[in-house]
Design a protein around this ligand. Structure first.
Ligand code: R5P
Length: 279
């Protein structure tokens, strides 16, 4: 049985259409701005789907309130499916006195939930902060299905070494080559950024990453590929955390930009709902 929070309303119709059974909810605000949550019905095992994009804190708190309400109604096993986990990039202390925010968030979720499923976590190593079963779900199959035909015999690239595993996962599903961009010092004054050990000349390229924020990373990579004579350039990203103007900036630089629907955006063309139902 599923419960869908207000951060995952955009997934609700597809969840139902593909066979998910949902408990009803009443979610609104009290006049003072605090959140009111009520679960209509009960079940022994419940999967709560709640993405925590803007307003992040509100969506996170709602996930906890839903957990509390379900436990109050006697739920025995609760799974949290959090397509986009807020604070996931704050995974280390960079200045004395800072928290490891993703740890705080995971510990709070653990107060109510037995299992946590997050899509394409920025740093999968941080799953260790969740004491129960914690899973990083890859959207590689959905991305490969969406771009496979358009890409043809092309290649898959990650914009940096950190995202190489993402490129590998998509490329393997399509039986294609993959690599990543790396900075290479070619002279004391010149640093080149190039895809490592792969020829992109005349080939279609799919660049994959976890997040687009300003779009700077993708625009730079796409411009380089054009200069190197690549064919069509496509971009697939899991979380469209778009800063003002980022969709336009990236769309102008590439042949197609598509992100998944972990966050609802005008270019969320790749659905993670089948993956949620398969968990
Ligand atoms: C960085 O480690 C991330 O994986 C993304 O590459 C980065 O957040 C993208 O940011 P922007 O769109 O601002 O270049």
């Amino acid at each position: 049985m599923f419960v869908v929070g207000s951060g995952a309303r955009h997934l609700e119709d597809e969840l139902r259409r593909l066979g998910g059974e949902l408990l009803g909810t009443e979610i609104r605000k009290f006049p003072d701005g605090e959140k009111y949550v009520r679960i209509l019905g009960s079940a022994d095992e419940v999967t709560v789907v709640q993405s925590t994009f803007r307003p992040q804190d509100e969506h996170l708190l709602e996930l906890l309130l839903i957990g509390d309400a379900l436990r109050e109604r006697g739920a025995r096993k609760l799974r949290a499916v959090v397509p986009y986990l807020a604070y996931s990039r704050q995974d280390r202390v960079t200045k004395d006195g800072e928290p490891v925010s993703v740890r705080a968030v995971m510990r709070a979720i653990d107060l109510y939930y037995d299992e946590l499923y997050v899509f394409d976590l920025h740093n999968p190593g941080t799953l260790k902060f969740f004491p129960g079963k914690a899973v990083n779900v890859s959207p590689a199959r959905a991305i490969a299905d969406y771009f496979g035909d358009k890409l043809g015999e092309g290649v898959v690239l990650a914009p940096d070494r950190g995202a190489r595993e993402r490129a590998r996962a998509v490329a393997e599903k399509l039986g294609l080559e993959y690599s990543h961009f790396e900075k290479k010092r070619v002279s004391p004054t010149e640093v080149q950024i190039r895809p490592v050990d792969i020829d992109v000349g005349g080939k279609n390229v799919l660049i994959v990453d976890d997040i687009i924020s300003t779009g700077g990373t993708m625009v730079k990579a796409a411009n380089l590929l054009r200069k190197m004579g690549a064919g069509k350039v496509f971009v697939a990203v899991t979380h469209g955390v778009f800063a003002e103007g980022a969709i336009e900036r990236v769309s102008k630089a590439v042949d197609e930009l598509a992100v998944t629907n972990t966050i609802p955006t005008p270019v969320s063309r790749i659905s993670i709902v089948p993956d949620i139902l398969g968990l």
